[in-house]
Structure formats: structure tokens, C-alpha cells
Design a protein around this ligand. Structure first.
Ligand SMILES: Cc1cc2nc3c(=O)[nH]c(=O)nc-3n(C[C@H](O)[C@H](O)[C@H](O)COP(=O)(O)OP(=O)(O)OC[C@H]3O[C@@H](n4cnc5c(N)ncnc54)[C@H](O)[C@@H]3O)c2cc1C
Ligand SMILES: C[S@@+](CC[C@H](N)C(=O)[O-])C[C@H]1O[C@@H](n2cnc3c(N)ncnc32)[C@H](O)[C@@H]1O
Length: 661
């Protein structure tokens, strides 16, 4: 992965953007709006298609070249004008050089009639980093998934069915990379049956290459100073071309559910509340069951959690998930009350030893300064507002979050019925419905059940074998002092400390792999205070840490819930015994995967294993789960979704010869 570079733009005397790298215009200098509407909306017959969508229906548009988002905003406006309530628009667009926020704002000033849509886009155009970045707009009615990176790197990772393609990657002569046979094969792979396509160019070789990929393109009269443009439709994968490699059957999508869209979500922490929100935004009726009196009483109940990115310079699945998840959470937080519910004060990760300094140097070379900035000791302490012994990496868009506020906001939707004091002891399937029971009492029922109760999901027989471990952690609450007010960012070393929320700092967090008890201990408070000294002796002094009696300190403990590969567990669950039978051949030869269909458990889904970074992973994983359930474009690269799939453990066990009977 290369650091993302923003578009380099020159502005003409009419205020129109021009790409310096490609020496081309973002839209026609006659009338960008008219051209977009004619070339992309009309040629794909979007008005009629939007009008024909039923409530609960959706249309997925794919685009090469997001640029200023003009095409997106015009499509959204048309959707708004013609689609019924309850229909949804998905827009997936790939962009190698995203505009900076300031440039996007400037470009969109050109279109006053799009202002209501542009304002929403700009409010969410934050933390746009490489990879998949999901933006949830208009309360979830419109979903924008930006794939930040080169089209030929990003599109092969996309798992989606595109109903209409917009090809808009600068003129073929100026940017031939966006008009290659390889890229068109990707468009064909992703095309839904009957998919349409259009582009402003009528260049002969482009038309022939798109046709060869399986589309049937027609020249059609152009607009402005374009004589002709191209529109077409997808006929099917060409017979003479080898089919794209099939995915593993155990990661395939279960058949979409028909009928009532209702879900039981079990667990009212970050995983459960965000799952409920993602489903409700798609029109699902959700019963959210939580055993405690309130939401967010367990791991998600700390006063402050850190929006912390433990990245890898090597683009691992976990690192990709973290980068996409961070962007998504960061954008959601814009809806919450800054200062009380969260604060974007930045996060400073100290280079507290040589190994960490080396890791940070690699990260600084791999990512752009908009995401992370290496600071020397003097710069770091100027940022932090307190004396520090080390420099480190500063994440300007990071900060702290009050997780209960995020949970409560996510659960606040008319389609979500929050049922506190409801502990699901048993689940049973009766007449196509999942029932949650507590003894003889039926708590709730629905067609789908999502297990979001952290490690507690192991109590249900069909999820008992998922390898989830609990790791106890404790935070310490420290009263703000006049001197500690100087702390300006979250600072992390082995532990973390945040600027005060409601006059209290959160200092965290211990790790205990053995204890099952959640009573806070003095020993862990002492351990947390030692981590504070490691972060900053000056801050410890400002907080009067030396004079605090550890047995008087207040805090709370919770269980992190972690999987062996540190990735969360997200997606549909299979019947383990039948799975082991269906794929028994893997025990003998893992290179010849059997093609048998996966024996899914009807309507059982998992959202768990968020470890010590649920703030970053849970909200996007909820979108991933909803995408599995609603057969939508996945919000993450397919390889990352596979890496988080519940079936990964069963497959590994078979291959290692340790699984099954
Ligand atoms: C000390 C500590 C510090 C942390 N610091 C950070 C941090 O700085 N940044 C960060 O991103 N993450 C942090 N984390 C991790 C983060 O808190 C978790 O990843 C996240 O809260 C997990 O959310 P969850 O919904 O999966 O689990 P939980 O919040 O534990 O929620 C599970 C819920 O399910 C309910 N439940 C379980 N079974 C049932 C049932 N059968 N019926 C009804 N209800 C049920 C439980 O009561 C619980 O409310 C920290 C965790 C700890 C413990
Ligand atoms: C004509 S502009 C798109 C205009 C845009 N659709 C709009 O509505 O404003 C072309 C876009 O393609 C992007 N681009 C060029 N080459 C690319 C590549 N190889 N991969 C991804 N995006 C690319 C450019 O950065 C630019 O933003």
C-alpha cells in the first residue's frame, strides 16, 4: 500500500477544477451538471429504475473515478426525487487521488442546487484513507463506499453486484490505465445480470475492449462538444474467456432470506448496538436483548475508550480492517456531542522503546501525514501539552470516545426494540423463527439471530466451539487537577491516558488472562499508575499520582473478547458437524477444496471477538454483517471479510487434522 496522495488541482478563472497529474478536466466546461445527467443518469435509465424500486429495494451504482463526487451527488438527487421511502441507493466508487476536503468543498460550491447533498457529503468526508471507506448518508438511505487506491488494485477486492456502471476516469488518451481490458474484466465480474454501463467517451478501442469483456456497447449522440458517447449493457461473461476463480464455498454468501426481515440481536454492547443500527437502517425490525438494566454495561461501559490504530506497514487483513473501521467510526462520531460523547483531540503513540520506534518508522513511511505523523520528543510534548521523554506517532484524527454514548445513539431507532433485563439462556428454532428463551419464558422471536454477546456466545451449543477468550482489563479513573488540564491529546505507551471527560481522566488498562472476577483490584490500579509514569512522569505529577492511595482509587473492569488471530468473528454460522462432513476431504488434501455447498445454520450470524479495539472494529463489522444479511456490496475487501469469517476456524482445524469427528 502506498501513502494516499491527494489530487493536485488547478482552478480555472471560472473556479473549475483541473487535474495537474492527468492534465484533464473533472467535468465538462460547458455544463458539468447537464453532462453528468445525460451521460450517466439518462443512459443508465436511472430515473425509471429508481422509480421502480419497491420499499426495501435498492440499486447499486459503481463508478471508476470519484473525483469531485458530482456524479454521485446527481445520482443521489435523482434518487431522492424518484425513489419511494424505504428504497436504498448504494454507490461504490474507486479513486486513486481523493480530493482534499478543502478542494472538494471548493469544487462543490459550483453547484448550488446540489448543496443539500453536498453538505452531507462534506460533513462525512473525513478520514478518507487507503482501502475501503464507507460513508453512511441520509440516515442509511444512501451508502457510499469509496475504494481509495488504484482501480486495478481495489476493484478485484470488491464483492458486489453492480446494477449500473459509470466510467469516468479522465479521457482514455490522457489516462489509458483506467480503460484496460483487465479493468473491464473486473467490471464484468462485478456486473449484476442486466447491468447497464455508460461513459462520455466514444473512442473505438475503448468500445471494443468493453464489448470484449461481455458488454454490448452502442454509440449514442453526445452532449455539448462531445459528438458521441457510449452506453451499453452486460450480456454475460464471454464464453471464450475463462471464468473468474470461484471463491471458497465455506465463504460463499448464504442464500438471501425471503419474507419477514426481523432480527434478534443478543448483547447490548458496541457489537450488538451497532448491528442493530445497521439492520434497522435497512428496514429490519430488531429486538435488541441485553441482560443488564442498561446498554453498554460490560466491556463497552468504560467512561473513555481510545480510538487507537494499531496498524501494520504490511497491509495485513487486520491492518486493513483497522484503517477502514477507524474511518467509519470517526465519521459516525460526527453525529455525537463533542466534548462529552467523544473528542477528536488526536492520539499520540509514544516510541517508548527501540522496537516500537522501529515499527513507527515503518508506519511513517507507509502512511500519509493526514493519518499519522512522526514527532520528535519536543514536537510530541508540544502536542501533548505535558513533558514527555519520547517522541512518537501522532494520529490527528484519533481521540477518545465514551462508548455508552455511541451504543445508546446507535440503538435509538424506531425499528429497534431495546429489551433490557432480558438474558437469552437458550435459542430454539420453531416454524422458521428463532426464539430466545429464559427458562419457559419466550423473550422474543425473529427470523434471524445475531450473537453479539462477546465471549458469552459460547453458551449456545452451535457457537460453543468458536475459539473466543476473555481477557480481563481494568481502567482507573483519575480526578482532573488544574495542572492536568494541560493534557491536550490522548497519550499511549503500554497503557493510555486521555484528556478529561466531565472532569475525570481515564487511565488504562491492565491485562489479566486468568481472572474471571470483575471486582476492581488495587494491584491493577497500581499497575495502571506505573503505566502512567511510563507515559509521562510530568503528567503523573500533575495528577498527584504519588499522593493517591491506590486502595481509594476508583475504576471498573471488563472482559475483552479475543480470537486467536486477533480478528473479530463476523458473518454467517455453519452447522459444525455437517461442515466437518462436507469438507472432510480437506483433512487429506487442502489444495483440492471440495465444492460442496456450505451447510449454513438458517439465519444465525455472529458479531464478536473485538478484542481491545471494538471502537474501531465494531461499527464497520456491523455494516459487514448487514451486507451479508442483505446480500449487499461488502464494506471491506473480500479477503478481509474472509479473514473475519466464522468458518475460518473450522477450515483451519480440518486442514491441521484437529477438527471434526
Ligand atoms: C479495560 C478495557 C479497556 C478497553 N479499552 C479500549 C479502548 O481504549 N479502545 C477500544 O477500541 N476498545 C477498548 N476496549 C475493548 C472494547 O471495549 C471492546 O472491544 C468492546 O466493548 C466489545 O464490545 P462487545 O459488544 O463485543 O462486548 P460487550 O461490551 O461486552 O457487550 C456484550 C453484551 O452482551 C450482553 N450479553 C451477553 N450474553 C447475553 C445474553 N445471553 N443475553 C443478553 N445479553 C447478553 C452482555 O451483558 C454485554 O452487555 C477495552 C476493553 C476493556 C475491557
Ligand atoms: C474525470 S475524474 C472523475 C470525475 C468524477 N466522477 C466527478 O463526478 O467529479 C477522473 C477521476 O479518476 C481518478 N483516477 C485516475 N486514474 C485512476 C486510477 N488508476 N485508479 C483510480 N482512480 C483513478 C482521478 O483521480 C479522478 O478523480
Amino acid at each position: 500500500m502506498n501513502p494516499v496522495t491527494h489530487a493536485q488541482i488547478d482552478w480555472d478563472d471560472q473556479g473549475r477544477p483541473h487535474s495537474r497529474v492527468f492534465d484533464d478536466v473533472y467535468f465538462s466546461d460547458q455544463s458539468g451538471l447537464e453532462e453528468t445527467r445525460y451521460v450517466f443518469l439518462e443512459q443508465n435509465r436511472l430515473q425509471a429504475r429508481f422509480a421502480a424500486l419497491p420499499a426495501g429495494g435498492r440499486l447499486v451504482i459503481g463508478e471508476t473515478g470519484f473525483g469531485t463526487g458530482l456524479n454521485f451527488l446527481c445520482a443521489w438527487q435523482l434518487f431522492e426525487q424518484h425513489a419511494v421511502a424505504g428504497a436504498r441507493l448504494h454507490f461504490v466508487s474507486v479513486e486513486k487521488y481523493p480530493l482534499s476536503h478543502a478542494d472538494l468543498q471548493r469544487a462543490l460550491l459550483l453547484w448550488p442546487e446540489l448543496q443539500p447533498f453536498a453538505a452531507q457529503l462534506l460533513a462525512q468526508y473525513i478520514a478518507i484513507h487507503p482501502g475501503f471507506q464507507r460513508l453512511v448518508l441520509d440516515n442509511g438511505r444512501v451508502t457510499l463506499t469509496l475504494l481509495i487506491g488504484d482501480a486495478l488494485e481495489q476493484l478485484p477486492q470488491l464483492d458486489a453486484q453492480i446494477d449500473a456502471w459509470f466510467l469516468d476516469g479522465f479521457a482514455p488518451a490522457k489516462n489509458p490505465d483506467m480503460w484496460t481490458a483487465e479493468l473491464f474484466a473486473e467490471l464484468a465480474r462485478l456486473a449484476a445480470p442486466g447491468s447497464t454501463i455508460s461513459t462520455f467517451t466514444s473512442t473505438g478501442w475503448v468500445r471494443r475492449l468493453i464489448n470484449a469483456a461481455g458488454f454490448k456497447m452502442k454509440r449514442t449522440p453526445g452532449i455539448g462538444h462531445k459528438w458521441e458517447i457510449l452506453r451499453g449493457e452486460f450480456l454475460g461473461w464471454p464464453a471464450e474467456t475463462p471464468l473468474p476463480a470461484a471463491g471458497k464455498p465455506w465463504f460463499a454468501r448464504p442464500a438471501p432470506l425471503h419474507g419477514e426481515r426481523s432480527a434478534l440481536v443478543i448483547g447490548g454492547g458496541l457489537a450488538g448496538c451497532t448491528t442493530a443500527a445497521s439492520l434497522a437502517a435497512r428496514g429490519w425490525n430488531v429486538s435488541l436483548l441485553e441482560r443488564h438494566a442498561r446498554l453498554a454495561e460490560e466491556a463497552s461501559g468504560n467512561p473513555q475508550g481510545v480510538l487507537y490504530l494499531k496498524l501494520s506497514a504490511h497491509g495485513t487483513a487486520l491492518s486493513q480492517l483497522i484503517l477502514s473501521g477507524f474511518g467509519h467510526t470517526r465519521r459516525l462520531l460526527e453525529h455525537l456531542h463533542r466534548g462529552v460523547d467523544w473528542d477528536g483531540c488526536g492520539v499520540l503513540q509514544l516510541a517508548f522503546n527501540a522496537k516500537e520506534a522501529e515499527r513507527q518508522a515503518q508506519l511513517a513511511a507507509a502512511f500519509a501525514p493526514g493519518l499519522l505523523q512522526p514527532l520528535d520528543q519536543a514536537q510530541a510534548q508540544a502536542r501533548a501539552g505535558v513533558a514527555l521523554e519520547h517522541g512518537g506517532l501522532f494520529f490527528p484524527e484519533g481521540g477518545w470516545v465514551h462508548p455508552p454514548a455511541l451504543c445508546e445513539w446507535q440503538a435509538r431507532h424506531p425499528l429497534i426494540n431495546v429489551l433490557t433485563h432480558h438474558e437469552a439462556l437458550e435459542l430454539q428454532r420453531v416454524d422458521g423463527q428463532w426464539q430466545a428463551l429464559a427458562g419457559d419464558t419466550l423473550l422474543a422471536s425473529a427470523t434471524v439471530v445475531v450473537l453479539a454477546g462477546a465471549a458469552e456466545i459460547k453458551r449456545f451449543p452451535f457457537s460453543a466451539e468458536l475459539p473466543l477468550k476473555r481477557i480481563r482489563g481494568q481502567i482507573t479513573r483519575l480526578a482532573q487537577t488544574p495542572d492536568s488540564q494541560a493534557l491536550a491529546t490522548v497519550v499511549c505507551a503500554e497503557g493510555y491516558v486521555a484528556p478529561a471527560r466531565l472532569s475525570e481522566h481515564t487511565l488504562g488498562a491492565s491485562f489479566d488472562f486468568k481472572s474471571d472476577d470483575l471486582t476492581p483490584t488495587v494491584a491493577e490500579h497500581v499497575g495502571n499508575l506505573e503505566m502512567l509514569q511510563e507515559i509521562s512522569v510530568d503528567l503523573a505529577h500533575r495528577l498527584n499520582a504519588d499522593t493517591l492511595a491506590a486502595d481509594q482509587l476508583e475504576g471498573r473492569a471488563g472482559f475483552r473478547c479475543t480470537s486467536p488471530d486477533y480478528l473479530p468473528i463476523i458473518g454467517p454460522l455453519a452447522d459444525r458437524a455437517l461442515f466437518d462432513q462436507a469438507y472432510a476431504a480437506l483433512r487429506k488434501d487442502a489444495r483440492q477444496p471440495p465444492e460442496a455447498e456450505c451447510p449454513w445454520l438458517d439465519g444465525v450470524y455472529i458479531n464478536s471477538g473485538h478484542g481491545s479495539r471494538g471502537l474501531v472494529t465494531a461499527p464497520l463489522c456491523a455494516e459487514l454483517l448487514a451486507a451479508w444479511l442483505d446480500d449487499e456490496p461488502l464494506p471491506l475487501p473480500r479477503s478481509v471479510a474472509d479473514a473475519c469469517h466464522p468458518n475460518r476456524f473450522a477450515v483451519r482445524a480440518l486442514i491441521r487434522g484437529t477438527g471434526g469427528s
